[in-house]
Design a binder for this molecule. Sequence first.
Ligand code: HEM
Ligand code: HEM
Length: 129
Amino acid sequence: MLSNRLIHSAVAFFVVGVALGTAMGATQDFRFTHVHAHINLLGWVALGLIGLIYRVHPHLQQHWLAHAHYWLHTAGLVIFMGAFAWGVATDAKPVPFIATGATMVSLAVLLFAVNVFTRLSRSTAADYR
Ligand code: HEM
Ligand code: HEM
């Protein structure tokens, strides 16, 4: 079920985000704050919330838009955060990678929004049993 996959992915981002926050606090090195904030918010919070929304409205996840959203969001976030962290840790300026990852996430959010706005009210009674 896609909702389970979203929740699994959210928890994986949570573990990484919290570990990074703990390491930042322990070393007093805050260069990775943006990475930490967005792994937690776009990973743990957004994916977890969407997973729960799919549990409440199961028909939303039975559509290609939901699957396309999932892959674009998770792959985009890994590229976005990986490139951002790489740029912070080295002198590299991987702006094209950061932009690609961020655009993938934004596109994913758009697909999720289209799914919700066009299909949410088409719920059937079976959704709420
Ligand atoms: C054990 C868990 C966590 C630890 C140890 C931790 C640690 C930190 C640290 C050290 C900073 C940098 C603060 C600074 O720059 O002065 C920070 C910033 C931030 N954290 Fe966490 N964090 C944790 C969990 C979370 C979670 C779960 C979220 C979101 C759901 C989150 C969201 C943020 C945000 C948005 C910022 C940036 C705040 C700003 O720019 O003012 N953190 N965190
Ligand atoms: C594709 C999606 C997103 C992109 C490209 C993005 C980009 C950015 C940028 C450029 C900044 C400013 C960094 C700076 O001041 O140097 C920022 C800060 C911030 N964003 Fe996002 N953001 C995205 C999604 C989100 C979402 C969904 C949330 C919350 C649920 C969020 C929460 C924050 C917070 C709390 C800050 C301030 C903390 C920080 O500086 O790291 N962002 N974001």
